[in-house]
Design a protein around this ligand. Structure first.
Ligand code: GYE
Length: 318
């Protein structure tokens, strides 16, 4: 009997100690639980964004429940529903596409859980469904890309466009801003545009198809670095010189993109900052405390030429 009781007593004691030091569950009452639904792991930008969010949550002592939706809206809806069921304090997510969120966000609202949109916005008439949006002005990014082109080509220019995921805010807006600026220049024409899903392999495939159907491409406008890097591979495989025979403009300015820019394979990059983690955690703390926050918070961004990329690379954080 004595011999049997020994281990049981040890287990009970261990359990009691765990409870005593940690409270009744894994987190105490003060700890904020954040449910975050990420788009996926489609690009260098996304990886940097995820790392920033995970690090910032750890630094702020926020209990982060993180899920990766693999670029599928239904996975994000499922993740949000499970955060509602878990009764987290705050839900944040980066919506893969703009539309189709009202029903699930209404469920969060009914459960009294505040929602923060990060990086990508939604298209909804009901702005009571979320507290705030934290991210970039993608239309402005598209304009910056268009302005560089307008300033750097003098005559007939054929552009192919590698679009981000169909229906995603950055794909819609980066197209809009770019088209708005080049509209003043009838000699600049977008001769083809297709969805490369923001991935390197998608960019490569679409560029291969463009090269098969057009022999007069002057410029690639890619909605992110990764697709641009895929396009470089396709251009080289076709025996052409990226950056020379075909000029390339991209958006993001992640490490690999900046290196290609410094080497002259890409000609111009519009920056999009993924390091939103710290700002997001501040917002999470504010909305969890019931404080009012601004409806839209935008991050500041710049642009890079090859020379500027070379100068910035040693200090670059992502
Ligand atoms: O530009 C792209 C990523 O939503 C801003 O998504 C983000 C975009 C980014 O896949 O690389």
């Amino acid at each position: 009997m004595k011999r049997l009781l020994g281990p049981v007593a040890v287990i009970v004691l261990a359990a009691a100690t765990a409870c005593g030091s940690n409270g009744s569950s894994t987190t105490d009452d003060e700890t904020i639980t954040l449910g975050f639904s990420q788009v996926g792991a489609e690009s260098g930008w996304r990886t940097a964004n995820t790392e920033s969010i995970q690090q910032a949550a750890e630094d702020a002592g926020i209990d982060l429940q993180f899920s990766d939706a693999q670029q599928k809206q239904e996975n994000q809806i499922q993740a949000i529903r499970s955060y509602i069921q878990q009764d987290v304090d705050v839900i944040a997510f980066s919506p893969v596409v703009e539309t189709g969120w009202d029903a699930v966000l209404l469920e969060a609202q009914r459960a009294d859980i505040p929602v923060i949109l990060t990086d990508r916005a939604i298209d909804s008439d009901d702005d009571s469904l979320y507290e705030t949006f934290l991210g970039s002005d993608f239309v402005e990014e598209g304009r910056k890309a268009g302005e560089w082109l307008v300033d750097n080509v003098e005559d007939e220019t054929n552009v192919v466009e590698l679009q981000g995921t169909t229906g995603a805010a950055p794909a819609i807006d980066r197209n809009e801003g770019f088209e708005e600026v080049i509209a003043d220049r009838p000699d600049i024409e977008i001769i083809d545009t297709q969805d490369g899903d923001f991935t390197r392999s998608g960019g490569k495939e679409v560029m291969e198809a463009f090269l098969r159907s057009h022999d007069d491409i002057d410029v690639v406008y890619s909605h992110n670095d990764d697709m641009g890097l895929g396009a470089i591979e396709a251009i080289q495989a076709a025996g052409l010189e990226p950056g020379e025979d075909i000029q390339i403009i991209t958006v993001d300015a992640v490490q690999a993109g900046m290196e290609a820019l410094a080497e002259g394979d890409i000609n111009f990059i519009v920056e999009c900052n993924p390091l939103l983690g710290d700002q997001l955690m501040e917002l999470v703390e504010q909305v969890a405390a019931g404080e009012e926050v601004s409806a839209r918070i935008e991050v500041e961004e710049t642009t890079f030429t090859p020379e500027e990329a070379e100068a910035a690379l040693p200090e670059r954080q992502y």
